[in-house]
Design a binder for this molecule. Structure first.
Ligand code: CS2
Length: 483
């Protein structure tokens, strides 16, 4: 037991609790450090009933930490000049699906709730990343279909709650995803309509006509909270907070302004950009930030580097990521109006350098099978078709392949977290040569588009990069790329 645990627990102020207007599915650190804070600030500024009920879909861990402190928490802004604590009181309650799915549905059906937000990560949409189609044989979807009153997936909850609101003659809620997927609103709309259609064609028609699914671009770097962060925060604020979130100072939220009956918090008053079309912002962020994050994560991890700031502190990796932006990523982007993409990339580099952020390469490396298509593969496809050299992103793909093989450059096992981890590792183990390993991974359903699988130049280049990683190691390959 550290000394922190003997400090008084953080607690709610005397301010009146706001009435609930939002249910959030997937109460992870990112949402608490990003959207929840914007909503709290919008209410401070302009009022409204936008208190949040958080829902954990799988386990009670988050609720167990938050409930004893009445769901308030600290968001610690990790500025290079020193940490700034923010006390956040917007979450009113946390519900846990496996304990009481009916309570979650009741919360979503409640007329006071105008918006259901989601951060369920890429894999939570139960779709095939390369096509956007619902995975009908996904175990959670199988349950949603066989027992719709006891859903398992976030989509199952959305469909069931919307059905109940329709049956009761209530207006629907807006469904707003805050996950890093391109056209994220369209993706969630597509899978919700597919699932609803399998249950009732009428319901699907009503959802298509009445529900709004705005697209969003979300951005804030939120490294996982470590036990030592909790201790350091205790020393800073003199209170014990069992579930603080760590975040960088920078934040951005761009939302397609399309809500059921125009009901939403006054987010524009606190710096959220409400626009007609989010696509250019999403592409910029997913490719410039998430694409290079994943590239640095695989190449950095293999090179023995623990965090993003450690990785870009290496001159070769710094030159590598700068070249990715200038030569491979920015030329394929249409900038959002008024944005200078090179300046955006320069600012990103400074964010990566922030030594106060210990963002593990291992954390970002998670779920690569779900992330690669929108972060790296689409731009690779487009760049190659336009005749550009894309050897840096090809090296990043090869590094992902090496990473999912599950053994690092020292021969130690890698703890690969990915819904396809076992399958990917089995494929690598079964293949004898490097070339066969690459072929096997390229052929996995749902990751690589056909145009890349059939592009002989791309296949040869990724195979050569993979060979290079095996024989020379990641650090050397990054240096060779720069030469
Ligand atoms: C990261 C993102 O873990 C990851 O995959 O790339 O969480 C990233 O930090 C955020 O999207 C930043 O907005």
């Amino acid at each position: 037991m550290t000394q922190t645990h003997s400090l008084p627990r953080i607690s709610r102020s005397q301010a009146p609790k706001p009435a609930v207007g939002i249910v959030h599915l997937g109460l992870g650190a990112f949402y608490r450090a990003h959207a929840a804070i914007y909503v709290a600030q919008a209410m401070e500024k302009s009022g409204g009933d936008w208190g949040i009920i958080g829902v954990s879909l799988k386990s009670s861990g988050q609720r167990d930490k938050l409930a004893p402190q009445d769901c308030v928490y600290t968001a610690l802004e990790l500025a290079p000049t020193g940490p700034i604590p923010h006390h956040v009181e917007i979450v009113q309650n946390v519900l846990v699906v496996p304990e009481n799915p009916a309570a979650v549905l009741d919360a979503m059906i409640d007329e006071a709730v105008k918006i259901v937000t989601l951060t369920v990560t890429e894999k939570g949409y139960c779709h095939e990343p390369s096509t956007g189609k619902l995975l009908q044989n996904h175990p959670d979807i199988v349950q949603d279909l066989s027992d719709p009153a006891n859903p398992a997936s976030a989509l199952g909850f959305l469909v069931r709650a919307l059905e109940a609101r329709r049956a009761a003659g209530l207006r629907p809620f807006t469904v707003m995803t805050c996950d890093n997927l391109p056209d994220n609103g369209r993706v969630v709309r597509g899978v919700v309509l597919e699932l609803a259609g399998l249950l009732s064609a009428d319901l699907a028609t009503w959802i298509a006509a009445e529900v709004k699914f705005p697209c969003t671009m979300v951005d804030r770097i939120v490294p996982a909270t470590k036990p030592e962060d909790i201790d350091a925060l205790g020393a800073l604020i003199g209170k014990y907070d069992a579930s603080p979130v760590m975040m960088e100072p920078f934040r951005q939220w761009v939302i397609e302004d399309d809500f059921v009956d125009d009901l939403r918090p006054d987010l524009g008053a606190v710096g959220v950009q409400l626009v007609d079309n989010v696509t250019a912002f999403e592409d910029m962020k997913l490719r410039c930030l998430n694409g290079t994050h994943s590239s640095l994560a695989y190449l950095g991890y293999l090179g023995g580097l623990e965090t993003i700031s450690d990785t870009v502190a290496q001159p070769a990796y710094a030159a590598f990521v700068k070249s990715l932006w200038t030569n491979e990523i920015i030329p394929g982007l249409t900038p959002p109006q008024g944005v200078d993409l090179q300046a955006y990339a320069d600012a990103l580099f400074a964010r990566y350098e922030n030594p106060s952020i210990r963002h593990l390469t291992w954390q970002i490396a998670m779920d690569g099978s779900q992330k690669l298509p929108q972060r790296i593969l689409t731009q690779l496809e487009n760049g190659l078709a336009a005749g550009r050299s894309m050897s840096g992103l090809i090296l990043a793909v090869a590094a992902w392949m090496r990473y999912v093989g599950g053994v690092d450059e020292t021969g130690a096992p890698i703890d690969v977290r990915d819904p396809m981890a076992q399958h990917l590792k089995a494929l690598c183990n079964a293949a004898e040569t490097n070339e066969q390993k690459v072929q096997a991974l390229l052929a996995v359903t749902g990751i690589f588009p056909m145009s890349l699988q059939n592009n002989t130049q791309f296949v040869a280049a990724v195979t050569a990069a993979y060979e290079g990683l095996v024989t020379q190691g990641a650090r050397k390959m990054v240096e060779i790329y720069n030469d």
